[in-house]
Structure formats: C-alpha cells, structure tokens
Design a protein around this ligand. Structure first.
Ligand code: 6PG
Length: 253
C-alpha cells in the first residue's frame, strides 16, 4: 500500500517502537521523505544533518532504495553532518565515507550539495570552519541556524553525536560546532553542540539493538541520573523529537 507522504504537524515528542532493524530503517526513511517534502515546499531546500556510526547504514540504503528515493527531490537536499571522527574522508572510520558509500554515490548527489566536516584538518580549525559553513548555508532564526532535520544515534553510555559523557563539548552554550577530545577513545572528534541541535525543526533518533536497551529505558523513562546524559540534553526549543527504536532496544522500557 502506498503510504501517504504528507503528515500532520509532528508531535513535539514521540516514541515509536518498530519490530526490527529493517522496519526501523523503513520508517526512518519514510519520516525523512515527509520532512524533505515539507521543507522543499515551504523553504525550497531541505537541510539535513546525518548521523554517524553503524545504525544509519541500513537507513541510508532504504532511503536510496526504490520505495522511497523517487519521492524526494534530491537536487533540493543539502547534506550536513552531526559529527565526524578526526580522520581523512576516505578513512574506514569516517562518517562522511560511510554516507558517501551508502547514500551519496548511489543517489549521485553532487559534491557541492554535501557539507562535510573536515576531519583531516586541525580539529579546532575544522570546527570553526564548519560553524562558518552552517551559518552561511542554513537560515537562522533568533541567531541560530535552523536545520530542518537532525538524525541522531545513541551510544550505550548515553552519548549522541560526539557529545560523550564527561567531555568539554557538553558545556558549550554558544558555538554551533566544536572539537571534542574523547578520552575513552583517545580520539578527537568534531561535533555539533546542544545549542545547534536544539535549534532544529525536527530531530530523529534511530536506536537499534539490545545493547542500547538499558540507556534507552533510562533516558525515555526519565530514570535517576538520566538528565546528565548527553542524549537527554537534546530538547529542541521549538522543534519535534521522534525516537524510533527497534524492539530489542526498547526491551527494557
Ligand atoms: C558516531 C556517532 C555516534 C553514534 C552512536 C551510535 O560518529 O559514532 O554519531 O553518536 O550515533 O555511537 O552508534 P551505532 O549506530 O554504531 O550504534
């Protein structure tokens, strides 16, 4: 059955559980298409920040697949990134490389429409450059660039983007993008900050796998200690948050 792609205004906060990772990816692709259609209709372009990690791979493949891709005006989409590892763009850990392989190449997205974080550069300089890019490419409302959609993942420790517990980026209240050293990984990262993400119109968490079940239950159940977790700090000022989980990730809710 052809599902309608236009939906009423999204709920400010919604949690949906899908049976498995395949149906999670399919629903996420459908939500992406709805947001893209609305953004292009209302603003001429769709400005979206992609998430890193492994969960988005299946989602990207669904998005580029025959059931969803034809419904999206890809030439009107501008791609940004929520975070990046400080590695070259062809490195196996690069979020840009993963998106290129699973989304940009299959859809023949022009390089000019992709604004990657330059992980190969000195981290603080790269973060400053990215902030400049965001301000140049994304229209602001009350002085903050307002992305149409930000896709987010969730780590078992409650991190999202590259906002890890106990790292300096969590204290950032002004800048849109920062360099962040993650001691547990002994790795520099580039990441959007809470102020940047919380200015977005729509936020979509994709959470799959049993290893996320404890932290998902803690955050979504507002249990003791959850408020300090980076993913719990994602509270858009005037946007919507949709959590999509598979049954394994939601098993302790
Ligand atoms: C990254 C991320 C990170 C990721 C979570 C979940 O660059 O790694 O953006 O926040 O979304 O760690 O990762 P998985 O999808 O691999 O579980």
């Amino acid at each position: 059955m052809e599902e309608k792609l236009s939906e009423s205004a999204p709920e400010a906060f919604e949690v949906r559980v899908l049976p498995d990772s395949e149906s999670l990816a399919e629903e996420a692709a459908r939500k992406f298409a709805v947001a893209a259609t609305e953004s292009v209709r209302e603003r001429g372009l769709f400005r979206v920040a992609l998430s890193g990690g492994s969960t988005p791979r299946l989602f990207h493949r669904r998005l580029a697949g025959a059931s969803v891709a034809p419904s999206i005006a890809w030439e009107r989409v501008r791609f940004f990134f929520g975070d990046e590892r400080c590695v070259p763009p062809d490195h196996e850990q690069s979020n840009y490389r993963a998106a290129r392989e699973t989304l940009f190449d299959p859809l023949a997205i022009p390089a000019a429409n992709v604004f990657r974080m330059r992980g190969e550069e000195e981290p603080h300089q790269a973060a400053a450059e990215y902030e400049t890019q965001l301000r140049a490419q994304v229209p602001s409302e009350t002085d903050l660039p307002r992305l149409d959609l930000v896709l987010l993942g969730l780590g078992p420790d409650g991190h999202t983007l590259s906002l890890f517990p106990g790292t300096t980026a969590l204290a950032e209240k002004r800048r849109l993008a920062v360099a962040n050293f993650v001691a547990e990984l002994q790795q520099w990262r580039l990441t959007l900050t809470h102020p940047c993400v919380n200015a977005a119109r729509r936020i979509l968490f994709l959470v799959a796998g049993a290893e996320k079940s404890d932290v998902a239950a803690k955050i979504l159940g507002k249990r003791a200690g959850s408020r300090a977790l980076p993913a719990a700090g994602v509270k858009p000022r005037s946007g919507s948050v949709l959590w999509l989980l598979d049954r394994a990730a939601a098993s302790k809710m």
